[in-house]
Ligand binder design. Structure first.
Ligand SMILES: [Zn+2]
Length: 73
């Protein structure tokens, strides 16, 4: 079976046509707002996070699953 090398370094990969068509972006509920209290920023439905860009916890580098486990205010 073909091995797909995932190169995340840049977008300058030749042969973009073979770009693996991975699962399409998951869609989340629309019209969600930031989970931060008092923030009404709309969250994109493609955004898996519960916070807007301004409130997104930056210290959690892609933890699969539970991100809110130890969210600190
Ligand atoms: Zn926010």
């Amino acid at each position: 079976m073909p091995t797909i090398v995932v190169a995340m370094r840049s977008d300058t990969i030749k042969g973009r046509s073979i770009r693996p068509r991975s699962r399409r972006p998951k869609q989340y509920a629309s019209n969600r707002v930031c989970a931060q209290e008092g923030c009404d920023t709309l969250i994109s439905r493609y955004n898996a996070k519960d916070f807007c860009h301004g409130h997104a916890p930056k210290r959690y580098p892609r933890v699969r699953g539970r991100i809110m486990e130890s969210a600190e205010a």
